[in-house]
Design a protein around this ligand. Sequence first.
Ligand code: SF4
Length: 680
Amino acid sequence: MTSGVVPTLCRMCDTRCAINVHFNNGVITEITPFKDHPINRGRMCPRGGAAIDLFYHKDRILKPLKRKPDGTFLEISYEQALDEIAAKMATLKQRYGARSMGVWKGEGLGFYQQEELARRFIHAFGSPNYFSNDSACFNGRYLGYHLVCGYWNAFPEFDQAKLILLFGTNPPMCHPPFMREFADAREHGAKLVVIDPRLNPMACYADVFAQPYPGTDGALGWGLIRYLIQTGNYDSELVKRHSIGFEKIAAYAEKFTPEYVEKQSGIFSQVVEEIAGLIITNRPDISIFPGTGLEHHENGVNSVRTLAILSCLSGAMGRPCGLFQPEPLGGRKLTLYDELPLADQKPIGADKFPVLYDIRKECHTMTAMDYMLGKGEYPLKGLIIASANPAVTNPNIPKVLDALANLELLVVNEFFATPTARLAHYVLPAATFLEREELHYYPKCQMVNITHKVAQIEGIRDEYGIWHDLAHRLGFGRQYFPWKDEAAVNRWILEPTGLTVEKLRQFPQGYVYKPARYQKYLNGKLPTPSGKLEFASPYLAKLGLSEIPEYHPPYHKRKADKKYPFVLTTGARKSLLYHSRNQNIARFRNIHKEAEVEINPEDAARLGIKNDDLVRISSEVGTLEIRATVRHPTELRRGVIEIYHGWEEWPVNLLTYDDINDPISGFPLLKGVPVRIEKD
Ligand code: SF4
């Protein structure tokens, strides 16, 4: 494109807003929202515009790099890099077996299609070891809903709700375009309840704001379930005909009186009753949305299960604003789990966290560190990381650094010399979303979009090109990567659907592939093992896990160690940053200059801490020096502190545990770490 406007989708985060990319004389000059797309409805956030900064960034890696023995890097050709990587992979396979190799997909390059290609590549190589950032984000919530309903539609039609309950999430930061839906719902009179240890911007706009202790949402969920059951205000038809385990949850819920919930969560009993009253008044048009605030605890999946049950009991099952069950497009799958399941190859973490592997086919990144360090059942010797940055974003950083340094082959596909890329033997330049073609699905509205290359930096290969070229060098390209480029991949995926790439290109506003059918469960089975809603899960019971989502107080409450009297939460988003990305975009860095520990003013005063003081935070895992920001008393509960998670210079994961995990999802404890604070 020389001059003009091209519509596409933004991949600077997982929301995938529709955007227009403006060109002038071959240069991208501006990115503006595309008006007619139902997801962002003509809105976008500042991170979207930063795609230009990313594309033209002066520090972007444009040539493959090979690490020299002195730790510096040498520019080499793609041919040399791919020849050497393929040769090393073949050696590792011969010496230790195929499963000594793994791939790890991050969020930097993309999501669904990138994930499927990475899974396909490593299975075709002969290893089951696919890892991703989903070991610490999203999967916990997916599993929670999946275990109860057999599916999860993450983003319901919020604007159809009469009551929206947000648990541990901050949409203006995480999914800004959905604010239009919230605003529409509010204009129609919908009530809003926000539950978060932090007074986030959404909470300022809520009818009820409740500030629980981190990790106690499950207690509130049970308290609300109890209220609905005891007052008889629940969907009894659904319970009778379409669920199992109701008697068990009804008996367990009994102890969760408002007073008991208050004791556990710190939320006043009157507020618990007020929220329950709002559910009863507004059911069944209720949207319940959990964020990462719930899943980053060792009781995370069970907290999410209680919310899924609450949603079902309130009658929101199958409704547009509730648990709508989307239908798939029906295209071909890129993954090889039917053809080459490789479960007998002992995927890493599948024995420790069988549910995570069983349902998500996801190996466990924290357990992978042990395998890299020679403490696993077999060695993990080689890893290809597609734009993830575990040296910053995984818990227990010293262990991560030791593990990555122990690999015989580390390849990182990246935009920049991140801390993880700097440890690599080879760094391959990454293509931005503007330089790739892929299919995108929006289950919320049963819609599909296609994007295509709207720009290109000469010589940079996209991710598909790298998998393709490695596969052909390793001898399985003709069978598993026969397509010349991603456009050909997309044609192959779409073939059974009757849709074509050309047709989809005519619909930048998205193509609705099937009209929505609500409350499908009334005439069919649910995709759970029993075909019914599983309030109690025989599947989990068989694995020795809790059949009903029992509430257990979080680690910091159980430990109550006077040496570590504060509770650290991390993993919340900032408006301009996205995990460990965007910190090197100068105009964003002017706003988010450095990391900060956010603290309640009463706690700060007691410790003699003022704004901008340097403080030392210590946990059982490690220590971090960081500046303090003293917040307004209502913003954070006393005893709770917060640190953003993506800083290279102030890595909060020096403090977090890799070995305190949710037994169902394997997620690390990121939002309830006992810590001590000292003024330097
Ligand atoms: S929310 Fe922002 S970063 Fe995310 S897709 Fe939309 S415009 Fe891009």
